[in-house]
Design a protein around this ligand. Sequence first.
Ligand SMILES: C[S@@+](CC[C@H](N)C(=O)[O-])C[C@H]1O[C@@H](n2cnc3c(N)ncnc32)[C@H](O)[C@@H]1O
Length: 143
Amino acid sequence: MLGNPDRPIIIYLKLTPMLEREYIKAVRWILEHDDREAIGDYLEFGVFYGSSLTCMYRVIESFGLDNVRFFGFDSFEGLPKTTIYDDQRSWRPEQFKSNFRYAQKNLNEQGINWNRVFLVKGCFSDTLNDDHNDSWRHSYRSR
Ligand SMILES: C[S@@+](CC[C@H](N)C(=O)[O-])C[C@H]1O[C@@H](n2cnc3c(N)ncnc32)[C@H](O)[C@@H]1O
């Protein structure tokens, strides 16, 4: 039951070790192929309750990449209506519906620094377009 607000912590605990290994590998690979200073921001499309965002935050922190910011995009309304046309109906509209406030609370409890983490609430088609790109980059705040 991924959509149950009472369970995100349990999901976090189960997924984290596996995710963490993959994220560490990915960050190591980037650092082997590029300068530390060249590393940009982390953008996540689909925050849900913030498990993977927190995991990547911790990994980036452990590498001392203090300039990386984290932008988490999500409607917090679950999968959109158009989902019924995808992947032979494997998914359903509103699946993975979460709650913005609860996600914030979760991230808070995980001790993330809101000066470098920004949640951008809304449907991707609304928040990821030319009109919006500049505004979220400069002005979105999660608190
Ligand atoms: C499987 S969950 C993401 C899991 C998350 N990364 C985690 O750590 O638990 C998918 C998320 O994508 C969001 N989402 C899916 N389609 C979207 C869209 N078109 N616009 C905004 N959010 C969307 C849903 O609201 C949901 O929170």
